[in-house]
Write a new protein. Structure first.
Length: 226
């Protein structure tokens, strides 16, 4: 059985939209498995590639840098992958399967964001991106994402058969519920651990990660029938 389907899996944590050194350090300290840099200039959390590379150099081994793109060109993605080794690509715009595959050149792992709303066919969407390493679920919001909006988790069907990353308005207050309801491979948070756009709060990040661990413990108990 693939690890992402295992009931015992520890829910991975990505914290996105970091812009400051202290926030990168605090995210790692809190227990993040991945940290995201918004490389789309249309976002209030945007960082230049040079800045993202500088921040990514602070990451210790086994904490992965993620580059968030919205309709970036292949040369922009090439430049990012050159500047930041081991960059996981997050396509959060209108990228087609062919565009994602071309940008990844078959060698760079990527996640594709799905914008969840009633009527959206997630199974069909996931199938149309067979080379995406994960499907990231975000709420359908004005613009492209990062709006701090929770979508209706009951829209997530069982049987996606791909690693799912739950995002969209997660926070220390609701992430336990999200993990128990959706059982994602990973969770991704931005607005819910912020004091201002791109300005993270160390205490909120700590509480978020702690809540995910609590959800994992409850999930394990539930699976054991306790
Ligand atoms: O963070 C942004 O500014 C952003 C811009 C464009 C697309 C996605 C963006 N962020 C991603 O959105 C989800 C949900 O974020 P939130 O927790 O609801 O604020 C997350 O994957 C961010 O990486």
């Amino acid at each position: 059985m693939p690890a992402f389907l295992s009931r015992a899996a520890r829910t991975r944590i990505k914290i996105c939209g970091l812009t400051r050194e202290a926030d990168v350090d605090a995210a790692v300290e809190a227990g993040a498995d991945a940290v995201g840099f918004v490389l789309w200039s249309g976002s209030a959390r945007h960082v230049t590639l040079a800045r993202a590379a500088e921040l990514a150099r602070r990451l210790p081994p086994f904490v992965m840098p993620v580059g968030l793109f919205v309709n970036a060109t292949p040369p922009e993605i090439d430049a990012a992958c050159t500047a930041i080794p081991n960059l996981l690509l997050q396509f959060h715009g209108d990228e087609t399967p062919a565009q994602c595959d071309a940008a990844s050149t078959g060698r760079r792992p990527y996640m594709r964001a799905a914008r969840m709303k009633p009527g959206f066919d997630l199974l069909d969407f996931a199938q149309s991106y067979p080379n995406a390493q994960a499907i990231l679920l975000d709420a359908h919001v004005e613009g492209y994402g990062g709006g701090g909006k929770v979508f209706d988790w009951s829209l997530v069907p069982s049987g996606v058969l791909r690693p799912v990353v739950l995002s969209g308005g997660l926070s220390p207050a609701n992430v336990i519920d999200g993990v128990l309801r959706v059982r994602p491979w990973a969770v991704d948070v931005s607005s819910g651990v912020e004091v201002g756009k791109g300005l993270k709060d160390a205490e909120l990040m700590r509480r978020f990660c702690e809540a995910v661990r609590e959800a994992d413990a409850r999930r394990a108990d539930a699976d054991r029938g306790e």
